[in-house]
Design a protein around this ligand. Structure first.
Ligand SMILES: *Cc1c(COP(=O)(O)O)cnc(C)c1O
Length: 822
């Protein structure tokens, strides 16, 4: 905690205005994450697309009184009479400076981790491994950037006895800043790969830059076998600095990994350290995990931990999943399943994610005892109680002896149970309805049993939606556009099969400008799920006009008939509405044609009931270079039709014509707004797409049964699956009723099991499909991938002569969607 005076002294900014002395407890860089206005300091940061200065007024209205702003921003002080304002050259630097001042108040050992891969896993594992000896403070999630690092370091408090922070850079000049903030005493360098190569002269320069993190460390821990890292370290090492290395081949390293033997899911490491040999077993068998664990083991040996203790702690390690999952639950509930991570920082993150879901008004937290936080019990639960109050949680279910005996600190409606079993024996959970439920429990509480009860039953087939990929794809498109250009996102057809309420909620958080759906009912569903963005309805019909008005949905008007009917309705009900005018410029689907313009203009002049918010047209072939002349003609025609309308309206409505392919291929013609569709969902809209889009959806199912089928026999209906040689056949839990296209049957399509292709035998049935898994080691219950990041939906579409749109939108609504973010 800093006073305002300490803060200004530290960041050396110019105090523009000081209204009252105050303290600073939270550093805020994203206005959407505000919790405790009175003790927050907002850093207005200029980013690629958003300028933090634009949110100062909103934050002031919500009670924030302390701001750091940049010099070149014009600022009207009279609007913020009660604010404390500091002006600086660069807000990010000021943030770093403040965290650096905070850091100097503590003399604890601090581990810093950098390298191309494994930073987050090594950090999380070290925190687990060292939790018994130390009260650890660590970076939340992958907070390793110029902004994430200062926010992480700001968390250090008097009770901490060890800091573990990760640092990542994407270009030169950045690491020096992070070093000043973290001031590590122990460095861990994981490895070096190709990420961000383009921003560095060569590999050596990138390594040297990363090594700046360790310039004041007492010791550097790394693997000697990465020759370029080893060489650079030898060059920069200062006489007072020590190295502590491991190697697979070099017996001279501090730790020599002499021998490695693996089973399917575990490995035995024979290690030589200080001339003696010992063996450790770890619950992992993949190379990356072994490398990450060796870094951890090195640090523990450097700290002189006992071998038996190291082994005991290694047994606790779990795969690091930073994933927060949003699932559909019973009685209209949503579940946020975060049963992995149960430290305080993780709780804060999960509560933030809970607060982003506007689909339901009531927020319930099911929380177990927090283990190994190193904090005294009373302080810990007081802190949590405060957090729940700050985050507006409506109800707490506390599970465990410890949280139960600290119940007096919680002032919200709460129930306590000594164990997960006792909670499940109570019938309370059956009555949960229409709420958001966050489940956060330590492993030993086995909250998966609660998830199982509260989750809507799935039949093995799920479509997983990666919200981070969705954000990435949105930003890839944003980067193409001018900063003023608005974005309308098409969430028609259940958001291209991805789940409209959840995707729309996410887009609302991402501050897009508009949503569009095909039909009024789709818009109603969005409104009923907390979506307040403007929504355009592309196919309105007179029967739905009432719904449109009641739910603040704006129709796209495309013909004189529908326009007349809408005006008539507005007059009859004495209402007015915004509306969108669609022009047909060559698609010949919906839209006013040039010949309709005189009548259209006449009708618009006659009424004051309609405000034309936008005008639009749709391109027929924006993805095909051979039709580029036609596309340009369409755009031209649209511009001239828009002019005629603007002339009579007296203003120019927002104009939009580009779809996803248009955004990438006709970027210059972006006009005032674009309509993003398939590209957001991670499918390249045209062959020439240069955006690095990420796959959003993974469709997966499970194996229901495995059989040995003899040569000469047949599989499935009409005996179509003829078996030529003795084969292993798996029945998987997906069929055409799930949207698994029948045309994929009889050897056309394949699915993926343990990374291996299995082709479809016989016809696809309604709820099931048989695949040939001969030669693939698999058991009943194993996962089957239909498509996903590794297995492109575009290929599946091509194999049956259709387009990805059809495959995506064809996935039946009975297939459960699971949304996740890391
Ligand atoms: C569906 C649709 C879009 C989006 O198209 P994509 O090819 O998915 O980008 C844009 N405009 C209109 C009118 C649409 O119907």
């Amino acid at each position: 905690m800093f006073t305002f005076k300490q803060t200004t002294d530290c960041i050396k900014g110019a105090v523009m205005q000081q209204h009252s002395p105050s303290t600073i407890q939270y550093l805020l860089t994203d206005s959407r994450k505000l919790i405790t206005p009175a003790v927050s300091l907002f850093f207005a940061i200029k980013g690629g697309r958003h300028n933090g200065h634009a949110f100062i007024q909103e934050l002031y209205n919500r009670g924030v009184r302390q701001f750091v702003i940049e010099n070149d921003q014009i600022f009207d002080l009279t609007k913020f009479p009660e604010a404390n304002l500091i002006k600086v050259n660069n807000s990010v630097q000021a943030l770093q400076q403040l965290a650096a001042c905070h850091r100097t108040g503590f003399s604890l050992p601090v581990v810093a981790i950098t390298g191309s891969n494994g930073k987050t896993i090594v950090k999380e594992w070290l925190a687990t491994l060292l939790a018994k000896q130390f009260n650890v403070v660590k970076s939340p999630k992958s907070y390793n950037s110029q902004i994430g690092v200062p926010l992480s370091v700001w968390q250090i408090n008097e009770t901490n006895t060890l800091g573990i922070f990760e640092a990542g850079i994407s270009m030169s000049g950045e690491m020096d800043n992070l070093e000043r903030v973290i001031r590590p005493t122990i460095g861990v360098f994981t490895n070096i790969g190709t990420a961000h190569d383009e921003n560095f002269k060569d590999r050596e320069q990138k390594i040297r830059e990363k090594l700046l993190l360790f310039q004041n460390c007492l010791v550097l821990i790394y693997c000697q076998d990465h020759e370029p890292i080893h060489q650079e370290i030898l060059l920069i090492l200062k006489p007072e600095q020590q190295t502590f290395t491991w190697s697979r081949t070099n017996s001279q390293a501090n730790i020599w990994l002499k021998q490695l033997s693996r089973t399917d899911s575990s490995s035995a490491l024979l290690i030589q350290h200080k001339q003696s040999d010992f063996q450790l077993t770890i619950p992992f068998a993949d190379d990356a995990a072994i490398e990450n664990i060796m870094h951890c083991v090195s640090l523990m040996l450097y700290l002189e931990m006992e071998i038996t203790e190291i082994q005991n702690r290694l047994n606790l390690l779990q795969p690091v999943s930073m994933r927060l999952e949003l699932k559909q639950g019973i009685n209209g509930c949503y579940l946020i399943d975060d049963t992995y991570n149960n430290d305080l920082a993780g709780l804060t993150m999960a509560l933030d994610f809970l607060n982003l879901q506007k689909q339901r008004p009531i927020k319930t937290l099911i929380l177990s005892d927090l283990l190994e936080t190193g904090m005294p019990e009373a302080g810990l639960y007081q802190h949590i109680a405060q957090l729940l109050e700050d985050k507006d949680i409506n109800r707490l279910i506390g599970i465990g002896e410890v949280i139960s005996r600290n119940r007096k600190y919680f002032h919200l409606p709460a129930q306590f149970y000594p164990s997960t079993e006792s909670f499940l024996q109570d019938s309370l959970y059956r009555k949960f309805s229409n709420e958001l439920i966050l489940l956060k429990g330590a492993r030993t509480f086995r909250f998966e049993n609660i998830v199982h009860k509260l989750q809507q039953k799935t039949h093995g087939t799920v479509l997983e939606i990666n919200l981070d990929a969705l954000a990435h794809n949105l930003n890839e498109h944003r980067r193409q556009l001018n900063s003023q250009t608005k974005i309308m996102v098409m969430v028609k057809a259940f958001a291209y099969g991805s789940g409209s309420a959840e995707v729309a909620n996410f887009l609302q958080f991402q501050r897009i400008d508009y949503l569009a759906v095909a039909y009024a009912d789709e818009g109603v569903i969005l409104r009923e799920n907390g979506i307040h963005l403007p929504i355009m309805v592309m196919n309105p019909s007179p029967e739905t006009f009432g719904l449109l008005l009641n739910y603040r949905l704006e129709p796209e008007l495309y013909s004189l008939t529908i326009l007349r009917e809408f005006i008539h309705f507005l007059k009859a009900t004495n209402q007015s509405s915004g509306a969108h005018l669609k022009f047909d410029t060559g698609m010949h689907r919906l839209g006013f044609e040039t010949k309709d313009l005189p009548d259209l203009i006449h009708l618009l002049q006659q009424t004051d009931k309609i405000k034309v918010t936008t005008v639009l047209s749709h391109l027929s072939a924006a993805d095909e270079a051979k039709f580029d002349d036609f596309t340009r003609q369409q755009i031209q025609a649209f511009e001239s039709m828009s002019e005629s309308i603007a002339a009579v309206l007296g203003y120019m409505p927002i104009r939009h014509i580009l779809n996803s392919a248009g955004i990438t291929r006709f970027t210059k013609q972006q006009l005032d707004m674009v309509r993003l569709g398939i590209g957001l969902y991670g499918v390249a809209a045209s062959a020439s797409d240069h955006l690095g889009l990420q796959t959003v959806g993974t469709l997966k199912t499970t194996i229901s049964q495995i059989k040995q089928v003899k040569a000469g026999e047949t599989v499935g209906y009409s005996r179509r699956g003829k078996i030529e040689k003795d084969s292993t056949i798996a029945t998987i839990a997906i069929g055409y009723a799930d949207g698994f296209d029948r045309r994929l049957g009889n050897g056309v399509g394949k699915v993926w099991i343990h990374g291996k292709p299995a082709s479809i035998v016989g016809s696809v049935c309604m709820d099931m499909t048989m695949v040939d898994i001969t030669g693939i080691e698999a058991t009943e219950g194993d996962e089957v991938i239909i498509f996903g990041p590794q297995h492109s939906i575009t290929e599946i579409a091509a194999s049956i002569g259709t387009i990805p749109y059809e495959i995506l939108t064809g996935i039946s609504e009975r297939v459960k969607r699971i949304f996740f973010t890391s």
